[in-house]
Design a protein around this ligand. Structure first.
Ligand code: SF4
Length: 206
C-alpha cells in the first residue's frame, strides 16, 4: 500500500518536513486538518505560523486575523477559536509544552481521540492507531473490521494488528485512501491488495 501511494505522491507525504519534531506545530496542524485536505491545511499552517510562530504569540492573537490566515480550511471560524484557545491552554495550563498524555491532550479545544492519537504516535513516538475517515473506510472495505464508528475501528484494529505494526497502519491507509482507495470510486482495478479485499470480491466477483 505504502509504496503504491508513494508512487502516486499522496499529499500526506508533504506534511512531515513541516511539523516534524515540533509538538506545537503538530498540535495546531492536527486541529486544522479535520475535514480538510492536507494541502489546504499545510498552506493555512504556513501562513498562521509566519505571523504567530509560537504558542505565546498565538494565544494572544486576534480571532479575525487568525480566521483570515486559515480561511482555506473547513470550519475556519470554529477552528480559529480552537487554535487560539489551544495555544492559551498550552501556555497557561501546561507550562508552554504540549502534553504527552492522552487524558491531558483531549482537554485541549479541538483535540478529540483521533488528534490525540496522531500526536502520541507521530510526535511522542507511542504505538497508537489513529483512525480517521481513510483508516475507518479501508479497514471496513478490506473486511478487517466490521464497525460503525472510528472508535470501534480503533479498538478492533488494536486487537487484530500486532502492536509492532500499529505505527504503520495510519500512515499506509491515509496515503492509500488519498490515492487509490478513494472514498468514492476506489481504483480497485489498479489495487494490488484487491484479491484480499471483501469490498472488491462483493462488487466485482459475486
Ligand atoms: S480493492 Fe478497492 S476497495 Fe479494496 S482496498 Fe483496493 S481500492 Fe480499496
Amino acid at each position: 500500500m505504502l509504496s503504491e501511494a508513494q508512487k502516486r505522491n499522496a499529499p500526506v507525504f508533504s506534511i512531515g518536513g513541516f511539523i516534524e519534531n515540533d509538538p506545537f506545530r503538530s498540535l495546531i496542524f492536527s486541529i486544522l486538518s479535520a475535514r480538510t485536505k492536507d494541502a489546504a491545511t499545510l498552506a493555512a499552517c504556513k501562513k498562521l505560523f509566519k505571523k504567530f510562530p509560537n504558542a505565546r504569540k498565538l494565544a494572544s492573537a486576534n480571532r479575525k486575523t487568525v480566521e483570515h490566515l486559515i480561511y482555506g480550511v473547513g470550519f475556519y471560524r470554529q477552528k480559529a477559536k480552537y487554535v487560539i484557545r489551544a495555544a492559551s491552554m498550552v501556555v497557561r495550563e501546561f507550562g508552554g509544552r504540549v502534553p504527552d498524555e492522552f487524558d491531558e491532550l483531549v482537554k485541549i479545544p479541538g483535540v478529540g481521540r483521533k488528534v490525540a492519537n496522531v500526536l502520541l504516535l507521530y510526535t511522542f513516538g507511542e504505538d497508537r492507531i489513529p483512525v480517521d475517515t481513510h483508516v475507518h473506510r479501508i479497514s471496513n472495505r478490506l473486511g478487517w473490521v466490521k464497525t460503525k464508528t472510528p472508535e470501534q475501528t480503533e479498538y478492533a484494529l488494536m486487537k487484530l494488528v500486532p502492536q509492532g505494526l500499529w505505527r504503520e497502519v495510519n500512515h499506509a491507509m491515509v496515503a492509500y485512501g488519498q490515492t487509490v482507495c478513494l472514498p468514492r470510486n476506489p481504483k480497485c482495478k489498479a489495487c494490488r491488495v484487491r484479491e484480499y479485499c471483501t469490498y472488491y470480491k462483493e462488487i466485482y466477483i459475486r
